[in-house]
Structures are given as C-alpha cells and as structure tokens.
Design a binder for this molecule. Sequence first.
Ligand SMILES: Cc1cc2nc3c(=O)[nH]c(=O)nc-3n(C[C@H](O)[C@H](O)[C@H](O)COP(=O)(O)OP(=O)(O)OC[C@H]3O[C@@H](n4cnc5c(N)ncnc54)[C@H](O)[C@@H]3O)c2cc1C
Length: 483
Amino acid sequence: MCWFRRDLRVADNPALAAAAAAGPVVALFVVDEVLRGQGAATRWRLQGALSALSADLKGRGGALVVRTGDAAEVVAGVAAEVDAAEIHATDWPEPARSAADARVAQRLEADGRRLILHCGHLLVAPQAIRTGSGGVYKVYTPFARAVRRHGVPAPLPEPKICWADPPRSEPLPDLAPDMDRGAEVVARHAAPAGEAAARERLDAFLGRAAGYLQRDRPDRPEATSGLSDALATGEISPRTIWAAAERHLHDPARAQAAEKFLSELTWRDFAWHLLTEWPTLPEREWRAEFAAFPFRRDTADETAWTRAVTGEPLVDAGLREMFVTGRMHNRVRLAVASYLSKHLLIDWRVGLRWFADTLIDWDPASNAMNWQWVAGSGPDASPYFRIFNPATQAAKFDPKGDYRRRWLWGWDGSDSEDARDYFDAVPRSWGMDPADGYPDEPIVDLAAGRQRALEALATMRQAQAEPDVGPDGRASEAPDEEE
Ligand SMILES: Cc1cc2nc3c(=O)[nH]c(=O)nc-3n(C[C@H](O)[C@H](O)[C@H](O)COP(=O)(O)OP(=O)(O)OC[C@H]3O[C@@H](n4cnc5c(N)ncnc54)[C@H](O)[C@@H]3O)c2cc1C
C-alpha cells in the first residue's frame, strides 16, 4: 500500500516504487488534522496536485483512495480492509507530520503491520551527509561540498504498477474553503498543477536556463524556474530536477547558470537537514542569545505589513505579489523579511506564519531557515546588523520600477491588471479600495528604523554581556553593514 502525502507523483517516488515491488498497490491519501492545520494557500495548491494525481492514476488503470479522519485510524483501517502488511510513504519530517507518523507506526504495529518511510523529498538523505566527526553541518558551503562528494542518486524510473481492487473512496475534498474569494484570483495566476505540468515547467526553464544568472531581478520573473510549489507538493522530485539540470553543466553557454541553480536546490536540502536535526527551527531561535531580542509589539505596523500598505514600495509589491499569486520573488522575500524583523522590529515568527498561510510553495524547512537567516538567529545566518535597505535593493534589482508597477496599483502611475487583482483577492473586511491609491508616506523612516534595530541588537548584547558568536564559534563581522 502507498500512502501519498506531499509526494504527489509517480516518477522517482521511492514509496510508490517499493509498494509496487511488494505486490498489488492501493494508493491512499488521508485528509487529517496535520493537513488541515497547514496554511490556506498551500492546501489550495495541494488540492490541484491531488486532483491531477487522481486523474493520472485513473489513466493508468488505478485509483486514488481518499479518506478523512485521524491518520492512525484511517491508515490502520484501510490497511486492514486490504490486508496490507507494509505501508510505504515518503518521509516529510515537519514536526507535526513526524509526530503523527509516530502514532500511525505505533497503531499499525499493534496490528502486526509496518509503516515504512522513504526519503523521496530530498537530494540526499540527511543521515548520509555528516561532518568528519559525524555531526550535522551548520554552515551551507561545507554542506554543499559534502553533497557533491556524496553524489546525488539518479532518479528512479516509473514503476510498473499492478493495481489492487481499491476500497471505498470519498470524493475529492475541498481542502481550502477558507481561501474564499482569493482562490479565484490565485487560480488565474498559478501555473497548471500536476506531475506532467511540473515536468514541462522544468523543461521550459532549462531551455532558457542561461537567464538564471538574472535570478536576483524581480523584474525578470522568467529568470527563475518557478518550481518551488511543484517541489512543495512533491509533483516533481529534487533528484529529477538535479539530473536534468546537471546535463547542462557540460554546455559552456549554460554551465555557470546550471551550477548556480544546483546550488539553490542544495539550499533546500540544507534547510531540511537543519529542520530534521532541530525540529524547533520554525518556533525557536537557533542561536539561544536571540531569545532575549527586544522585538516590539505593534499591531498597527504589523497590520500595515500584512496588508501591504507600509508605504515602502518594494516591500508592499512583494507582499501583494504573494497575496495574488501565492509566490514571491526570492530577492523580495529577503527584503520583506528584513524590513519586518529589523526596520519594524517585529518578531520574525509573525512573518513566518504569514508566509506559511499565504504561500502556495510553503515549505516548512525553507521558510524557517530563511526567516531565521534574515533575522540573524539561525545557523549560518546573515549577521543581524546586515540590514537590507529596501530602497537600495529596489534601485539595484528593479531599476526601472517594472516589478513595483506590476504589483502596486497607483504607484508611479501604475494601472496594471495584476496590481488591480490585489483588491479582488484580499478579504472584504480589510476595506481596501483601489480608489485609495498607494500610501504617500512610509510608516517608518528607513534610517531611523535601521538605527532602532541596531540599538535593539546592542541592548540584547549588553544584557548578555557577550559577543555575537554562533554555536560553531564563528564571530560576527564588524557591525555597520547595509545592503
Ligand atoms: C523569508 C523567506 C522565506 C522563504 N520561504 C520559502 C518557502 O516557504 N518555500 C520555498 O520553497 N522557498 C522559500 N524561500 C526560498 C526562495 O525564496 C524560494 O524557494 C524561491 O523564491 C522559489 O522560486 P523558484 O522556484 O523560481 O526558485 P529557483 O531560483 O528556480 O530555485 C530552484 C529551487 O531551489 C530552491 N531554492 C531556491 N532558493 C532557495 C532558498 N533561498 N532557500 C531554500 N531553497 C531555495 C527552491 O526549491 C527552488 O524551487 C524563502 C525565502 C525567504 C527569504
């Protein structure tokens, strides 16, 4: 039996391959509390992937069995109905899922059955990448080198599947009723869901891969792959992407871009390696000294940030792009996160949760690692005093303002349709109207916000009377950096 979760594909799916090798296959998907606890946008995106997988399996003569309820009870119940001795699933060690998996395994064991978890969501299994002394890498560069030394296994071919008679299934559920009117807007902007569509996206991206060197330019959205939501739903495996991109390393016109792309994919693995070792990464500062950081509680500023009316154009453009498309350009994510945790001095977890609720590519490991990276509290993090200046970032990476005009209705004369869509996506209760235009004044002066952030850092350090040294013993650099 194969229990699908965030691995909604047939190719390079070790869990499905193992189930197929063991005998006739029952394909199960469970709508449980863990899934219901995830953000609205990611559930909405998962729904598309689920429908596509269901149609795909049907086309192959199989069926996806959907059941709702407590995972332990449902999986044990279906396993008993079809008398499956082994239940194969792809590991996805997000803390809530891992805790639920432990309960499922225990419940199955009581019935004499086994839950077998396979590593299908990463390039390399976390246990395989260890430092010389057997520890976990806390710094990206040596981690990436170790991944290259180890080598990324080739993707598995599609398995030959013999289908078992499927037990009763519920109709495909509405996983995200809470997306409300936003669903229609995001649907208009989203790429098609499903494994075949993800593969097409990969091929199209690789055809223009040389442009990846422009990946930091939000005004060039085609420069990046746009594959993160397909990875988050497991419509495509990272090993499939790796193998396809690796072939471009031999093409002198694309080698540099392909190399960079592979290194970004390795950041994703690094994030999961960290989360696997430190499951508290989404909740607690990895650098203990940051637990005492004097964040402000300011609901007005927090609301201005979530509603994308801070008056700081690059920040608001990114937040509006996210609300309309469920995605945000990486360079802008950095600026938006830095602005919240530094210029506004608001707890990074506020931003992490907002991203978790509004991103269709939500990935618990990448989200947590990146938020802690920006906030300065994570392993291999950017030093706290490295404060992104959103105006400088905008001038550098969106020099003509095309990105900001695309997402900010009324800014610099913008009347773009994408910018207009924001007002149809946001809840009516926010009372936002295009006629209000774009805010004239920023809620915080950038120089003053930066100064306040540096003072907060000094306060934290004074309270602890010790230098900013990470657990790996690397001292931070001179405190006067702005980007
Ligand atoms: C504060 C913050 C929060 C983030 N939250 C998420 C999240 O919830 N989900 C998510 O997938 N990414 C997250 N990222 C990372 C990054 O922004 C996205 O992966 C990237 O924008 C996706 O676009 P793409 O697929 O076109 O990327 P490409 O540039 O084409 O990269 C290919 C793949 O590499 C991986 N990757 C690229 N950059 C990073 C990175 N910085 N960290 C980890 N993996 C990376 C992604 O899987 C991506 O799909 C976050 C970044 C920041 C700064």
